[in-house]
Design a protein around this ligand. Structure first.
Ligand SMILES: Cc1cc2nc3c(=O)[nH]c(=O)nc-3n(C[C@H](O)[C@H](O)[C@H](O)COP(=O)(O)O)c2cc1C
Length: 160
């Protein structure tokens, strides 16, 4: 796809076909994201690929709303920032996530950003705690990596 087509086609995809996403494609996306600009070239972003279906379902339960659609995703990329490299790790991570989303479009994939940083597990407090603590414990993410978002990935399914 050319640049204009990629920009025009990008939209959030929350319904996915039952079709696996080849690991090669995800690796290609991450290679592109690693070229992202970063403050003082600190390259603080880090990525974790999740393709185990049970773990994707568990990830979808990080929040009571806004993340539940993710149970239908075929893969997910957790976008993190190394807090020891720069104070602007979150900005760097957001740029990386955006490049991942554009790269997905270019490869024929759909994605949706699920916010983790700063989000409670439930708005009404019925499920206590923070989405970030839940994701960190689920995936064993070390303390120095801040979790910005999870990108749900897959081939877009037709809407109802
Ligand atoms: C910082 C950020 C946080 C977002 N968080 C969520 C989220 O938690 N859940 C969700 O379903 N979509 C989330 N989105 C996707 C937005 O809802 C979506 O990008 C916006 O509605 C515009 O739609 P479009 O992406 O189709 O153009 C987020 C997007 C961004 C950039």
């Amino acid at each position: 796809m050319n640049y204009n087509d990629v920009i025009a086609a990008r939209h959030s995809v929350r319904r996915f076909q039952d079709k696996e996403v080849a690991r090669d494609l995800i690796d290609a996306m991450i290679l592109q994201a690693q070229t992202a600009p970063s403050s003082k070239n600190t390259k603080s972003s880090a990525f974790l690929v999740v393709d185990d279906p049970d773990t994707i379902v568990a990830l979808s339960e990080m929040r009571t709303s806004g993340s539940t659609f993710m149970k239908g995703a075929k893969a997910a990329i957790v976008v993190m920032g190394d807090t020891t490299k720069t104070d602007l790790y979150e900005v760097n991570s957001a740029i990386s996530a955006t490049i991942l989303q554009l790269s997905a479009v270019n490869l024929g994939l759909g994605s949706c950003w699920v916010q983790v940083a700063g989000r409670p597990r439930s708005k009404d407090g019925r499920v206590p705690g923070l989405a970030e603590d839940y994701v960190r414990e689920l995936l064993g993410i070390p303390e120095h990596l801040s979790v910005l978002c999870v990108l749900a990935l897959g081939y877009e399914a037709a809407q109802d």
